[in-house]
Design a binder for this molecule. Structure first.
Ligand code: 9WN
Length: 439
């Protein structure tokens, strides 16, 4: 079902429509993923948005990242949500009154005047910041963008490499299924099943007001998400003290940390700091990634459950994202490309890249991260294919992604076989990454 390339006129229309989505979702200091479903600032969304926004307004793209990093905690963590005080507290669950960041996170250095969540999302920020700088270096220098961001990005990476290396093996762990950004992936099922659900009726979901229940996580998933977040909060968001009921090393999260560490080395060079520390950390983390998570038999990276110490069987798009890592061993990269084209992910035969193994019993083409294709992971895989010289496959994926973004009116995700939009429309990162692929 490889789609035809949008012709010149269609490209111009797509560009205008994508820019319109970003304009509509801009709140004055940052971009919301969606006005209705996600009316606050999300961490990895903002990094993807900045990558697209830099083509329309490099200055706005800088502000996007500055606003997010302005809500950074003293311990270095960048919260996964920065709440907009102008939005009613009940508009999104869990909201500021659930996380209570300023009070519960005081010991971890939560900012007193901004409300945030207490968990994190994948560290795409340094990668985005470097690209935003390159889009208009003169404007970046005039605003002191990199010198202001560098210490914050460095502290963010130090937090992940330090407090979050729960196993001491050189990789960062995620402690909640919202952290890797692939919320209800079948990969988390077994680890999540050990979590005692919060009592039904102890919370009210808001997501189902905006999106069909069949496209979203289940109530039971939510009850467990709530239990984990409550426990983290009640332990003052202290990584050492919290008895983490969920702790996993995720390949996508760590691959993004490594790619961002390389970008941070470039940023360090540009501000006159030492890039060596970042390059050494990237190299060590790449070795740890291959050593701890690579599955040569499957030709994919697997997440590791820190409660059992064992790899989690199950092929997710997360395990293919390490294709973006610079300096990946050649046999590993070749294995990933083979897996992408194989029956589990069907590159070129289905729309974009499904979030989960097409051949698995748990695959569900409609439900969120249990099968649907997402635009951010397609963008990352595209980047990885280019990095490894797979230009033909990359070109096809790019055209498919552009066509799908347009046809679905910038859907949040797609059913991989039909390419039909799922979730909400006018989703910011879909528009932003389409804009980026047009350039
Ligand atoms: C919880 C905002 C976010 C994305 C995540 C996606 C979804 C939130 C939710 O929306 O998660 O963080 O309410 O379901 O899974 O990747 O960052 O777009």
């Amino acid at each position: 079902t490889a789609a035809a390339a949008p012709a010149g006129g269609r490209r111009a229309r797509l560009r205008r429509a994508a820019a319109q989505v970003l304009l509509t979702n801009w709140t004055g200091a940052a971009t919301v993923p969606s006005r209705a479903l996600y009316p606050h600032q999300w961490s990895w969304d903002s990094a993807f948005v900045a990558l697209g926004l830099r083509h329309i307004s490099p200055r706005r793209a800088q502000r996007e990242l500055e606003t997010l990093l302005g809500a950074q905690w003293g311990d270095g963590r960048v919260p996964h949500i920065v709440f907009n005080p102008a939005v009613p507290a009940g508009a999104y669950f869990p909201g500021p009154d659930f996380w209570r960041s300023a009070a519960a996170g005081r010991g971890a250095g939560a900012p007193p005047a901004v409300h945030t969540s207490g968990i994190v999302q994948p560290p795409v920020h340094a990668l985005a910041a470097w690209q935003v700088h390159l889009a208009d270096p003169a404007e970046s220098r005039r605003r002191g963008f990199l010198p202001r961001l560098y210490p914050r990005l460095a502290a963010w990476h130090r937090y992940l490499a330090g407090a979050r290396d729960l196993a001491g093996g050189g990789l960062a762990a995620v402690v909640h299924p919202w952290e890797p950004g692939l919320d209800n992936s079948p990969v988390w099922d077994a680890a999540l099943a050990r979590v005692e659900p919060a009592p039904p009726g102890s919370f009210t979901r808001t997501d189902l007001d905006h999106s069909p229940a069949a496209d979203r996580p289940t109530d039971l998933d939510y009850a467990r998400y709530v239990r984990l977040a409550t426990s983290y909060r009640d332990h003052a968001y202290d990584d050492a003290r919290t008895p983490h009921g969920f702790a996993v090393e995720d390949p996508c999260f760590n691959a993004l940390l490594i790619a961002s560490e390389h970008a941070l080395a470039s940023i360090a060079r540009a501000v006159g700091a030492d890039p060596g520390v970042h390059l050494r950390r990237a190299e060590a983390a790449t070795a740890a990634l291959v050593d701890r998570l690579w599955d040569p038999a499957g030709g994919v990276f697997l997440a590791r459950d820190l409660a059992t110490g064992a790899p989690i069987p199950g092929y997710s798009v997360s395990g293919l994202v390490p294709l973006i890592v610079p300096g990946l061993p050649a046999d590993v990269a070749a294995g990933l490309v083979r897996t992408l084209h194989g029956p589990r992910f069907g590159l070129g035969r289905v729309h974009l890249v499904p979030s989960y193994d097409l051949t698995a019993a748990q695959f569900d083409g409609n439900r969120y991260w249990r099968g649907p294709s997402w635009f951010n992971t397609a963008w990352l895989i595209h980047r990885g294919l280019v990095r490894h010289g797979e230009h033909e496959a990359a070109g096809r994926l790019r055209e498919q992604t552009l066509t799908a973004a347009h046809r679905s009116r910038f859907a949040e995700y797609l059913e991989p076989y039909t390419g039909d939009g799922r979730g909400i429309r006018n989703f910011s990162w879909t528009a932003a990454l389409a804009l980026d692929l047009l350039h």
